[in-house]
Structure formats: structure tokens, C-alpha cells
Design a protein around this ligand. Structure first.
Ligand SMILES: *[C@@H]1O[C@H](CO)[C@@H](O)[C@H](O)[C@H]1NC(C)=O
Ligand SMILES: *[C@@H]1O[C@H](CO)[C@@H](O)[C@H](O)[C@H]1NC(C)=O
Ligand SMILES: *[C@@H]1O[C@H](CO)[C@@H](O)[C@H](O)[C@H]1NC(C)=O
Length: 272
């Protein structure tokens, strides 16, 4: 205390001190205003040119079939399908033609604590038993671009909405109703599969396949294109989002398509 007091005594005259204080405040206000302008300009630039932030019209709701997920996964990853996973699962909800909109919005485990049980069932990772890392990546890559829409405007809204979409656009229900069931022996025509989904969802989803080592065309993923109000059939996008690293491609429309059962013992070779 005594040091502070003695320091104050050595300050210039008290009027000079007030002038200096005023200058400091003015300087501070000016620099705040400047920072604010720079900040706004920065986002305008980012918004329009780099990300088209919130300009997007469509989003892809992407679901994965666990039975064939491991077939094409690189050997360096540990592929595991938990006992409790028995349905098509969510890969992601992707606003079209935008990615990585904001790396500043971190996802914490506590953001998802009310959803974690549901997410483990319907949005699990099959790689290295690391579901939270999967959710975190999906949030940064895609969720941060979706968060400008009110119903998707936070991690719990984004993940909660995706869970609702999984119930609404249920591939399990659509296929089962049409008698399309997983099988090692039976295959389906492209028309059977896409016709079933057309009548269930009133829109043609994109069916994605991989080829196994026996040369079978294997169904692995389905993409449903949604409007911002979550109704299906949105067409207004470039489709530039398909990551080039993905081994999945549109199913061959003239081949027999296999819908393999889930095999937890040998997930890379579901029909040995
Ligand atoms: C996977 O992770 C969950 C949750 O962290 C844990 O309960 C489970 O035992 C793990 N399974 C394996 C096979 O490591
Ligand atoms: C959803 O949005 C699309 C495009 O704006 C519109 O054509 C459609 O009628 C809307 N559907 C519903 C159910 O509101
Ligand atoms: C699609 O499948 C048919 C029938 O199996 C085959 O003849 C054709 O080569 C395949 N096309 C492509 C592009 O793989």
C-alpha cells in the first residue's frame, strides 16, 4: 500500500493527470471503434467470398449403413460396431457448398450431455471407439455453418434436430416396409431401392455404394437433400461438398446392389 501511495505522489500535477486520463479514455474508445470496424469488415469478407455464410439453401442429411461401413475402411483404423447399434446411423447434417464456417465455437462433452445416449445409438463412430471426436469434427466442419438457422443454432439444437430427422427420414422403416432387408445372398436393383425411398420421402435420395473385393456393388450411404425447413427435395446446390477423400460414389444403376447384414465379428467382411 505504501508503495502505491508514494508512487501517486510522484505523478505530475493533478490537472495534468486528468488530461492524461481523458486522453487515455479517448484513445481507448477510438481503438475500440477501429477494432469493431475491422472486425465487421473481416466477417463481411469471410461471409460473402469465402464461406457464403448462411447463403446456403439446401442441406444433406447423410445416413450410413453400419453393415458395410467397415468394408472399405483403411486397415490402419480399428473398425468396431457396438452391440447396441442395429439401425442406419447418422453420418452428418451438412449445409450444402459450405464448410468449416467457424473454428471458434468449441464443442464440449457437456453441450451434449442430454443427447449422448441417443447419439451413441444413432450417431456413433465405428472408428477407434471415438464418437465424441466424430461429433466434434462434424460440428466444426458442418454444424458451425448450420448454426445460423434458429432451429440449428447451438450444438444441442443441431444434434437434437439431426436425431429427429433420423426418426422422420427413417431408412430402416422405409426399407423394411418394402421388404428390403439386409442379406448376404439377395441383391436389389437400383430401381427397387430408389423407388422405395421415393415413395417414402417423395424425393430421390442419392444412393452411395462401394465395391467389395469380390466385385459386389454394396450400398453404404444415403444422402437426402433437404430445404432449410427440413422438407425433402432441395435442388439448389452445386454438390461440391463431396469430400474427395470419400471412397463412396453413386451406386451403379445397372448393377445388382447388395445390402449386407451387420456382422460384428468380421465387420470388414460381413459375408465371409
Ligand atoms: C468404447 O467407449 C465407451 C465410452 O467411452 C466405453 O464405455 C466402452 O467400453 C468402449 N468400448 C471399447 C470396446 O473400448
Ligand atoms: C419448405 O421450403 C421450400 C423451399 O422454400 C418450399 O418450397 C416448401 O413448400 C416448404 N415446405 C413446407 C412444408 O413448408
Ligand atoms: C455397372 O454394372 C454393370 C452390370 O454389372 C457393369 O456391366 C458396368 O460395367 C458397371 N458400370 C460401371 C461404371 O462400373
Amino acid at each position: 500500500m505504501s508503495n502505491v501511495n508514494s508512487g501517486a505522489r510522484s505523478l505530475p500535477g493533478s490537472d495534468d493527470y486528468k488530461v492524461m486520463a481523458l486522453l487515455c479514455v479517448l484513445l481507448l474508445l477510438w481503438s475500440c471503434a477501429l477494432t469493431d470496424t475491422v472486425y465487421k469488415d473481416f466477417w463481411k469478407e469471410e461471409d460473402k467470398q469465402k464461406f457464403g455464410f448462411c447463403d446456403w439453401k439446401c442441406m444433406l442429411f447423410v445416413q450410413l449403413w453400419p453393415g458395410s461401413f467397415c468394408v472399405f475402411l483403411e486397415k490402419r483404423f480399428d473398425c468396431m460396431i457396438p452391440e447396441y447399434v442395429n439401425t442406419w446411423t447418422i453420418h452428418g447434417l451438412w449445409p450444402s457448398d459450405v464448410m468449416n464456417c467457424c473454428s471458434c465455437w468449441h464443442l464440449f462433452q457437456s453441450d451434449l450431455q442430454n443427447l449422448e445416449t441417443q447419439l451413441s445409438l444413432y450417431w456413433p463412430s465405428f472408428i477407434n471407439n471415438a464418437s465424441f471426436i466424430f461429433w466434434k469434427n462434424e460440428w466444426h466442419k458442418h454444424g458451425s455453418c448450420a448454426a445460423c438457422v434458429e432451429t440449428l443454432g447451438s450444438p444441442s439444437k443441431y444434434f437434437g434436430t439431426a436425431l429427429k430427422l433420423h426418426t422422420f427420414y427413417s431408412l430402416d422403416k422405409a426399407f423394411q416396409t418394402a421388404g428390403i432387408v439386409p442379406s448376404c445372398d439377395r441383391s436389389y436393383s437400383y430401381k427397387d431401392l430408389s423407388g422405395t425411398l421415393l415413395s417414402a420421402f417423395r424425393e430421390f435420395p442419392e444412393l452411395q455404394c462401394v465395391m467389395d473385393k469380390e466385385g459386389h456393388e454394396v450400398l453404404v450411404q444415403v444422402k437426402i437433400s433437404l430445404h432449410r425447413n427440413f422438407s425433402a427435395g432441395c435442388k439448389d446446390f452445386q454438390g461440391a461438398l463431396n469430400p474427395s477423400s470419400s471412397p463412396y460414389r453413386p451406386c451403379n444403376k445397372t448393377a445388382n446392389i447388395y445390402y449386407f447384414p451387420i456382422n460384428r465379428k468380421t465387420p470388414r467382411d460381413p459375408c465371409p
